[in-house]
Write a protein that binds this ligand. Structure first.
Ligand SMILES: C[S@@+](CC[C@H](N)C(=O)[O-])C[C@H]1O[C@@H](n2cnc3c(N)ncnc32)[C@H](O)[C@@H]1O
Length: 474
């Protein structure tokens, strides 16, 4: 049994505790351990024993509280305990000094890790990639962080190195798995300063490049590739998971109709972050699911058109804002399967549908991000296209529908959708929150679906199996 120091200080308003141990031997050992750290006024120390004894007699004597409880099988009488404490309260002789330890043998020099692929950013998506691409323990892959507070530890069982401990001589690529703050500006600048070329830097906004690089190291069979395609999107491993999610649905719809090509439209491009991302996701899904994508980006090139009235949300958007910085330059940087269509979509949509409408590559996903009501009304005319040029069901990303308290179905994009539905008995656009069974995200609320009820598939006139959608299998 050990009498705690706190118990022995009646002058302080502290909890009075008797710390018991399994019998006297354990108690002695604990007391011996506790002694060096006990404060000087502890009654267990020499000179304070009397205070301790007085206290025990006053508070814990058998006459007032019965026997003092210990964890030993037999309660210890107070008298014995006082004797025991007195003995241990005496000054203990100093233990003889330990002989000096010999100098440790010098450690053999451990070479710095020299990976071919470096995942930069201790974030869960890095672990997701390591596990999905079967890179666990791969000698050519390391996970590292440039931020000292995140490096040097462990992330869900994966070691996180400090970037500066890594040799870069064999490095093929760094995949930036940090959060995409300001389009990864900081990590990109950091890697440039460390001497990496742009070809060695891949961000999570570039799943096509990332997949090519990772499967160059650990090849994947066709079936494995399909798994990677579906699972990476379900697990939200790449940037703009909402676009990826809708594009998987578009690809899957095409496959269900025995088509190998599908068309994607983004209304509102601004400086091209979303459009570039669409191109990268398309590249990734073409490699993994084998579906090709045509991508079209619509923008005035000059920013938002004139605000007409309250329906255009003048409190949120100003005329001429969000102008494309340089659409000629952006156009030259896009891959061959992507085109920019510059001008107000009020004027450019009809010629586009005439020129590019196709039953072999129907429109399978639409991003509606033109902010204002009048622009949205123009954009939604896309859903008046020839039925076979549309997929029977089309995910629609309604960017300005949910995340701001001012957004409503009585103004802006929401009003345009409501009025569209009122005008079209066989074409309806409706919010649908799916996949809440796992990985539900805030952005699920911005996903709508356009239902083309006059499509041959929805009329039962064309074969297509929609009974088992992708997520039931992967
Ligand atoms: C919010 S930005 C788009 C951002 C982009 N979707 C992204 O995620 O990177 C909105 C864009 O819509 C464009 N826009 C608005 N009304 C339009 C219209 N009637 N026709 C074509 N573009 C329009 C504006 O020029 C503006 O750049």
């Amino acid at each position: 049994m050990v009498l705690s120091a706190d118990y022995c200080r009646p002058d302080e308003n502290r909890p009075r505790v008797l710390v018991g141990s399994d019998g006297l031997t354990g108690g002695k050992a604990l007391l011996a351990q506790a002694q060096p750290s006990m404060p000087q006024h502890s009654p267990v120390r020499r000179g304070n024993i009397r205070a301790c004894r007085r206290f025990l007699l006053q508070v814990a004597s058998p006459g007032r509280h019965g026997t003092i409880r210990t964890e030993s099988p037999k309660p210890m009488p107070t008298r014995n305990m006082l004797r025991w404490i007195s003995r241990f309260g005496q000054a203990q002789p100093e233990p003889p000094p330990l002989p000096a330890a010999p100098d440790p043998a010098p450690m053999p020099h451990e070479p710095a890790p020299s990976p071919r692929i470096l995942l930069l950013g201790a974030e869960p998506r890095a672990v997701g990639l390591i596990e999905l691409y079967r890179l666990v323990g791969h000698p050519d892959v390391v996970l590292a962080d440039r931020r000292p507070e995140r490096a040097g530890g462990d992330l869900i069982g994966h070691r996180v190195l400090n970037f500066d401990e890594i040799a870069l001589d064999r490095l093929v690529a760094t995949i930036v798995t940090e959060d995409p703050i300001r389009d990864y500006a900081e990590p990109i600048a950091f890697l440039r300063d460390k001497g990496l070329s742009p070809a060695q830097v891949i961000t999570c906004a570039e799943p096509g490049r990332a997949h090519r690089t990772l499967t160059g190291l650990v090849p994947a069979s066709d079936e494995r590739s399909r798994q990677i395609g579906y699972r990476a999107v379900r697990q939200n491993l790449f940037h703009r998971g909402h676009y990826a999610y809708c594009m998987v649905l578009a690809a899957e719809t095409a496959l269900r109709m025995s088509l190998s090509k599908v068309t994607i439209v983004e209304f509102g491009v601004w400086y091209g972050a979303g459009l570039n991302n669409l191109c990268e996701i398309a590249d990734f899904l073409q490699q993994t699911l084998g579906v090709e994508f045509r991508i079209f980006g619509f923008d005035t090139g000059a920013g938002l058109p004139e605000v007409a009235d309250w329906r255009d949300h003048p409190e949120l958007w100003g005329s001429g804002t969000l102008a494309m910085p340089n659409f000629e330059k952006l156009a030259t940087q896009l891959p061959p399967n992507c085109r920019l269509i510059i001008g107000d979509c009020k004027n450019t949509l009809a010629p586009f549908l005439r020129e590019h409408g196709s039953a072999e590559a129907p429109i399978g996903f639409v991003s509606l991000d033109v902010d204002q009501y009048h622009s949205s009304v123009s954009a939604l005319r896309l859903f008046e296209a020839e039925a076979t040029h549309l997929a029977p069901v089309i995910p629609v990303w309604v960017d300005d529908s949910y995340l701001n308290v001012l957004q409503t179905s009585y103004a802006g994009e929401g009003l345009a959708i409501r009025e569209f539905n009122e005008r079209h008995p066989l074409r309806k656009i409706e919010q649908k929150i799916i996949r809440t069974d796992d990985f539900p995200r805030l952005w699920h609320h911005c996903i709508y679906f356009a239902h083309i009820f006059d499509h041959p598939v929805r009329q039962g006139k064309a074969p297509a199996r929609f009974d088992q959608f992708y997520h039931t299998n992967y």
